[in-house]
Design a protein. Sequence first.
Length: 369
Amino acid sequence: MRVAVLHDHLRFIGGGERFALTLAAAFDADLYVTDLDPTLPERAGMPTVRVTEIARVPQTPPMRQDRQARAFQTIAIPDHDVYVLSGNWAVFAAPRLHPNVWYCHTPVRVFYDLRDSFLGGLPRVRRWAARRWIEKRRPEYEAAVAAVQTIVANSRNVERRIDRYLHRTADVVYPPLDSSRYRFKEVGEAWLAVSRLSHEKRLGLLVDTFRRLPRERLIVVGGAQLGVDPDRLVRSLEPPANIEFLGEIPESKLLDLYARCRGLVAVSEDEDFGLTPVEAMASGKAVVAVDEGGYRETIVPGKTGWLAPPSAEAIAQTIEAVRVDDLERMRGPCEDRARSFDRDVFVTRMRAILDRSLSDEKFTSASRV
């Protein structure tokens, strides 16, 4: 079975990018993206993945998203048995490429559940332009989704969004984790947050939480969303001295931070799934997360971490109550929990879905004859 994977872009290391690379590696697939950083596969620990750049696109939204959609809308990739679409804009290839499977990380959130909060954070003129763009692009997006044959959601949380906003059903296959790459070294002094620098990641909440905890340290790892100046964004947060932003770092350094941190703090708004808590648990580390979204599907309260209301006061109180004995006791349950999301489980589930998709396409073609 020759597989093609289409993903929005490969410019920074995030959950979607790790997914696309892992999927391509697992199925010896060809990966097609816009805006390829050729060093990224090696930096993400998957240097042998074959990646083709189909277009360069502007960094400034919404021109960026428009050009990405157009690139996938017109792409021709012959001689593959099945096409896996990953991300927001690769789905525009669905009308042209069959059989197809869309691995949905989430329906575009600024079209649906984050629309009002996104618009509310913009100046008046930009808000008007953004609203017009959403009104124009959302029907086009939904038309592309209508051409998808099989949808796979990355969590129950996203499955519910697909049902609510797109009126489609979806299989659920959790994203893959190579648990063998993670190690426990110590329960360290600094908490860790691994997050892209974008508005839905609630960086302000993270900073406000640790402003209340001057005796605790926090290290934040993650690059900025394209088109965002990371230095300017960090300065706007006015972080106290106990918070350090490292930006994007080499994979080996991230693995070492997981191995040596005190635990992970995760506060993203209604997170789609959230791979970082699973990565932390694979390193034997407990997680303090907001009681929302995909975190509810990965964290077992009292066994592998804690879920708190999404307020700085509540999260700070939860962290203050954590003792070293709690963190050491949770190491074994965390590692066990992470193994249930292992890469082998993912590959088995996805292979069955791809086989079914290919079989359905052959049956449909035979019926036409």
